[in-house]
Design a protein around this ligand. Structure first.
Ligand code: PEP
Ligand code: MN
Length: 359
């Protein structure tokens, strides 16, 4: 299967630098869109101006996008700044309108990738249309949904598909809005080596303070581009206010990034190691979460004068986890060893809580 590289369709593309896509989460007013684009053009090497026109919001009654009117503003952005333009589409009507207004790139949002019915409908309306399609990962870490979305578009004969990694809904609250699970985009890239991979650090971070680190990580993993939400006045943004940077901040972030040469990254061993690093990070975060709950149990036991070691509970843990682990293909004695280590540390922690003097 051949997938076209950026140089075939992105204006003035330079393979030495990541492709930069920036622009507001949502188009809100003509002034906001045009002024953001002007400043982005002036301060950064952005190639593509993004803007949401139809916004998928979890709850009704919030800002659901400006609609068709915003497409006119994007036409103005293109004619005034020369930037290419991109919008999110979720159904055939969006696609028809976006194409009517000459939008250069369409992207599929995380909620849409999650739904094979929508993806099939979108693919059907894209038959014979040669516009680049950027596909965000689905909300849940389900790799086949993401692969299925690429395949549905590739099956229409369109070879300009791109993956956009925007993280996955977290199993528990984390400092990031969406967990990166880098092992998933790495594995996708291992399967489809030519598929360009763009990172969207804004939706992974949920907050501007983490954006630079996530961008750097993506570049270190040899990603091909970055999509960064940028707004002239983020504080007053109608959607995703906390994660949008100003064009000035974007300039600083991009200026601080170190672009390394690809080196031996294409090496499978290196890619497997990156996957291990990402999984270990999640393991450690989950262990820390478990320890936090252990501390709460320690407090509870202290308040009620319950003994720390509850033998029956401990036996149940060993038995049930051994079954779970074996189902997952792990060796029973390995599971027991790990649980014993964790249990020992938990008892130590609860002893520490018990021995704290009450004030
Ligand atoms: C967006 O890009 O503004 C957006 C809605 O993203 P996602 O589909 O990744 O949530
Ligand atoms: Mn957004």
């Amino acid at each position: 299967m051949s997938i076209e590289p950026f140089k075939n369709y992105i204006d003035n593309y330079s393979a030495e630098k990541p492709l930069v896509i920036s622009g507001p989460c949502s188009a809100e007013s003509q002034e906001q869109v045009l002024e953001t684009a002007r400043q982005i053009k002036k301060h950064t090497n952005t190639s593509v101006f993004r803007s949401g026109i139809w916004k998928p919001r979890s709850r009704p009654g919030t800002f659901e996008g400006i609609g068709e009117l915003g497409l006119k503003w994007l036409q103005e952005v293109k004619s005034e700044t020369g930037l290419m333009t991109a919008v999110e589409v979720a159904n055939p009507e969006h696609i028809n309108l976006a194409l009517k207004y000459g939008i250069d790139i369409l992207w599929i949002g995380a909620r849409t990738t999650s739904n094979p019915f929508s993806m099939q409908e979108i693919a059907q309306s894209l038959m014979g249309v040669d516009v680049p399609i950027f596909i965000k990962n689905p909300i849940n870490p389900d790799m086949s949904l993401w692969l299925g979305a690429f395949e549905r578009i590739l099956n229409t004969g369109n070879k300009k598909v791109v993956a956009v990694h925007r993280g996955f809904y977290p199993y528990e609250e984390t400092k990031l809005r969406n967990i990166p699970k880098w092992e998933i985009p790495i594995e996708i890239k291992r399967i489809y080596k030519e598929l360009p991979m763009v990172c969207d650090p804004s939706h992974i971070a949920g907050n501007t303070q983490y954006i630079e680190d996530i961008c750097q990580k993506a570049l270190d993993l040899n990603f091909d581009g970055l999509m960064i939400e940028t707004h002239i006045n983020p504080k007053n943004a109608l959607s995703d206010a906390q994660q949008q940077v100003t064009p000035q901040m974007l300039k600083e972030i991009l200026g601080n990034l170190v672009v390394r040469t690809a080196g031996d990254y294409a090496d499978d061993l290196q890619q497997y190691r990156e996957q291990i690093d990402s999984i270990d990070q999640q393991l450690l975060e989950m262990l820390a979460q478990r320890m936090d709950v252990i501390k709460k149990i320690g407090d509870y036991k202290k308040d009620r004068n319950v003994s720390i070691l509850q033998l029956r509970r401990w036996e149940n843990i060993i038995a049930s986890r051994t079954i779970l682990g074996e189902k997952a293909g792990l060796n029973a004695s390995f599971i027991k060893d790990i649980l014993q280590l964790i249990h020992k540390e938990s008892i130590k922690e609860q002893n520490r809580v018990m021995n704290q003097t009450k004030d």
